[in-house]
Design a protein around this ligand. Structure first.
Ligand code: GLA
Length: 412
């Protein structure tokens, strides 16, 4: 009898006091919510904390009317700045009543009524990066709040986290969401500081792998407070080698896109191509109300989206780089491949690519394209045009910062 009580006590102790410990927790994330990279829109890149109900509704309307939703974009995510500076007397988060005069539930319901999904942002620390109430110490309460609002996506940041460790903090929130019972995509945003790709798979559905993106091709923007934001090619370069950690339901997140913001259309095209090649979540960060038709065409290029959303879910890699001309490749389902030629230099380049001289091997996932053995048909995905096969050299002129993306299909 005594033994039984002792055993019961031991099990209870392990369960109760193991809550903060990654290795003894077993709740795990909601599985299967992001089998292909999530697609949507996030407010931060363009609007910062200047967000409100009108913006959400107009964005949702345009997401549907412009064809973005039909192309696959379905999450509308409000980033930092949606709350008041203090919790209420019960310790609950409070949506800012000036920005959201009808409350947040009305906003969520509106987005749902459009056939879209809705996401919010908070932070693992005591405060968010913009100084609003963080979730530390309120994990289960906040998770219940989100479940009651019926949100579908939570981005969870990493500011003001002194004294806590990332795997524990993110696991606690993941468990809180699971306990609250509503399937919510859990998006880890700790910038890659603690290698989330190594421990994030049971915890979340995607994780940021770098500091913030900046709307430029290849620059580093140094903030006065001693941190940097990065041009999209800097981020791609920084994390191109952790591809084996990314896959269905556990994506390396290269950050919200800057397509339609401060770069030109050529650079936007390259940005979109590289995010597609890397199987990054495709989260637009521009103002839909001012979107040019060129921006819309880039964001809704069906063939590029199909590369990004391919069911194998393999992050592409840089195959070669010579004199500023880079070749990025990505194995696709059914024996297909995507190949992107990128001119990273400041001058035009001539491409003369003799396929037969190349053997592309994906050492991480075991795929191979052997052009001496297999002939592939070629489609130019930006021109939407079949352009022959790999028997002949691929010859083209490529402007500075431009891309050509081809889909290769074995010719039977
Ligand atoms: C961090 C994140 C950004 C954004 C801001 C909000 O910098 O990395 O994506 O969420 O916080 O304050």
């Amino acid at each position: 009898m005594k033994k039984t009580i002792l055993l019961a006590l031991t099990i209870w102790c392990n369960f109760s006091f193991g809550q903060g410990n990654t290795h003894t927790q077993s709740a795990g994330k909601f599985e299967g919510l992001a089998m292909t990279p999530p697609m949507g829109w996030n407010s931060w890149n363009t609007f910062g904390t200047s967000i409100d109900e009108k913006l959400v509704k107009e964005t949702a309307d345009i997401m549907v009317s412009s064809g973005m939703a039909a192309a696959g974009y379905n999450y509308i995510v409000l980033d930092d700045g949606w709350m008041t500076r203090e919790r209420d007397a019960n310790g609950d988060l409070v949506p800012d009543p000036v920005k959201f005069p009808n409350g947040m539930k009305a906003v969520v319901d509106y987005v749902h009524s459009k056939g879209l999904k809705f996401g919010l942002y908070n932070c693992a620390g005591t405060q968010t990066c913009a100084g609003y109430p963080g979730t530390r110490g309120y994990e289960y309460q906040d998770a219940r709040f989100y479940a009651k609002l019926e949100i579908d996506f939570l981005k969870y940041d990493w500011c003001n986290t002194k004294g806590i460790t990332a795997p524990e903090a993110y696991t606690t929130m993941s468990n809180a969401l699971k306990t609250a019972g509503r399937p919510i995509v859990f998006s880890l945003c700790e910038w890659g500081d603690n290698q989330p790709w190594e421990w994030g798979k049971p915890v979340g559905n995607l994780w940021r792998i770098s500091g913030d993106i900046y709307p430029c091709f290849d620059c580093e923007f140094k903030h006065p407070e001693n941190w940097s934001s990065w041009g999209f090619m800097k981020i791609a370069e920084m994390r191109k080698d952790i591809r084996k950690y990314s896959g269905p339901d556990h994506w390396n997140d290269f950050d919200m896109m800057e397509v339609g913001n401060e770069m030109n259309d050529t650079e936007d095209k390259s940005h979109f191509a590289i995010w597609s090649m890397l199987s990054s979540p495709l989260v637009a960060g521009n103002d839909f109300r001012k979107m040019s038709k060129e921006t819309l065409a880039i964001l809704t290029n069906k063939d590029l989206i199909a590369i990004n959303q391919d069911k194998l879910g393999i992050q592409g890699f840089k195959y070669s780089a010579e004199d500023g001309l880079e070749v990025w490749v990505k194995p696709l389902s059914d024996g297909n491949w995507a190949v992107t030629f990128l001119n990273r230099s400041e001058v035009s380049k001539k491409i003369n690519f003799d396929w037969k001289k190349h053997l592309i091997k994906d050492a991480d996932f075991g795929y191979e394209a052997n052009f001496s053995k297999t002939v592939y048909k070629l489609k130019d995905l930006w021109k939407n045009k079949e352009i022959g096969n790999t028997k002949k050299n691929f010859v083209a002129e490529l402007g500075s910062h431009d891309v050509i993306t081809l889909k290769l299909t074995p010719q039977l």
